[in-house]
Design a binder for this molecule. Structure first.
Ligand code: GDP
Ligand code: MG
Length: 375
């Protein structure tokens, strides 16, 4: 796997963001969590309000100077922007600050590189990295040169850049073929399992999907207070007395600003969800912004064409709440369950609701209509 941009453990990161209105806290907090997940220490954070990004530096020139001063003061070795930068912006910022500059997508991809385990996930990450890199190659040239270690390089000349573009395109084409093949193999495996009911856990990252997966299956999927601790989906059988063939899948977490580019790259990993009979949308009910998180997940589900799936909303972490907030149901969910995956509260009631859905689904004539009315 080509690692072009890497946040090495215990790198000191300075965060930067540009916002149209003052509301930057949530997004920057998430960026910080992502940076920590990638193994960095966050040494500072700078934001700016402006209506449109600066074409040359993304942030204002003056603010970029400020970033430089702060980065030097805090001995930062990487600057991370909350939004996608162009190749030119990266190049300009690096020239001005003398410090490696990456963006949110680079950071997410870096975490994905660290977490990917299966061949499919690894291939998807590498493809996503290369596709993200290609139009930004000019800006990233200095990293590429460093990574390649000078072999066959004669400096960042245009000729070399062209050769490189060609190599990247070639590699992209190859990886796409590999993924088509993996997809084909999965389709074959899938056919053998058509009699099986599939239930998938979806939700914002850190909502408690893996904890709930463990409660429901009593397995030991990795539970971590980190973003994207599991990139590959995990699948286990769920045991119901009358439905012996039910499998539950734990999927990768969703976050805000997950760019369409990344969604496209991870479509086949996420498509597990779109092929399910029932989605369990897990929500961290103890977060004040839980509604926004529901919205962010629904948006991603829509882009995967999985927004019309029967969905059971699971409001998790009720142990953290003195009195659970009132939740006015939008009526778009099959049902709503209140649980604490950590304490095991409400799990039986939840399995009852899953079973009720499966019964309903099995009894309804043509199997699995798009979105049933709640009972
Ligand atoms: P995922 O990213 O959605 O898979 O979330 P995890 O299952 O890995 O959980 C993320 C964090 O939330 C972990 O630190 C869990 O221990 C914690 N967590 C999960 N469920 C609960 C819960 O019901 N109550 C509390 N207090 N913490 C929980
Ligand atoms: Mg998880």
């Amino acid at each position: 796997m080509i690692k072009l941009v890497t946040t090495r453990p215990k790198e000191k990161a300075l965060l930067a963001g540009v916002f149209k209105n003052g509301d930057s806290a949530e997004s920057m907090a998430e960026l910080e969590a992502l940076a920590v997940s990638a193994g960095a220490i966050v040494v500072g954070c700078l934001t700016q309000r402006r209506t449109a990004p600066d074409p040359a530096y993304f942030i204002g020139r003056g603010k970029a100077e400020e970033i430089k001063a702060k980065a030097v003061e805090a001995a930062a070795n990487v600057i991370i922007f909350d939004d996608e930068l162009t190749g030119a912006q990266v190049a300009n910022l690096q020239e001005l600050t003398g410090i490696r500059t990456i963006d949110r997508t680079d950071l997410i991809l870096d975490i994905f590189v660290q977490r990917a385990k299966t061949r499919e996930a690894k291939t998807q990450v590498e493809l996503a990295q290369l596709e993200y890199l290609l139009p930004r190659l000019a800006g990233r040239w200095s990293h590429l040169e460093r990574q390649v270690g000078g072999i066959g390089t004669r400096g960042p000349g245009e000729t070399q850049l062209e050769t490189d573009r060609r190599q990247v395109r070639h590699k992209i084409a190859h990886l796409k073929k590999v993924l088509v093949e993996i997809d084909r193999q999965r389709a074959v495996q899938h056919k053998k399992r058509t009699e099986v009911y599939r239930v998938s856990l979806v939700g914002y990252t850190n909502a408690g999907k893996s904890s709930l997966f463990n409660q429901l299956t009593r397995s030991r999927a990795k539970v971590e207070d980190r973003l994207f601790s599991t990139l590959d989906s995990t699948t286990r059988a769920l045991k119901f007395p009358y439905f012996p063939k039910v499998i539950l899948t734990d999927t990768v977490g969703f976050i805000k600003k997950l760019s369409t580019h990344l969604i496209a790259s991870f479509r086949s990993t996420l498509s597990e969800a779109a092929e399910s009979d029932l989605l369990l949308h897990v929500v961290d009910f103890s977060r004040p912004d839980f509604r926004e998180n529901i919205g962010a997940v629904e948006k991603i589900l829509a882009s995967l064409k999985a927004d019309k799936m029967p969905t059971l909303l699971v409001l998790n972490k009720i142990d953290r709440l003195e009195a659970p907030a009132a939740f006015e149901e939008k009526n778009s969910f099959w049902d709503v369950a209140l649980v604490s995956a950590a304490k095991g509260t409400g799990i039986l009631a939840l399995t009852d609701k899953i079973e009720a859905f499966l019964r309903w689904s099995a009894q309804s004539e043509n199997g699995r209509p798009a979105r049933p009315a709640a009972p």
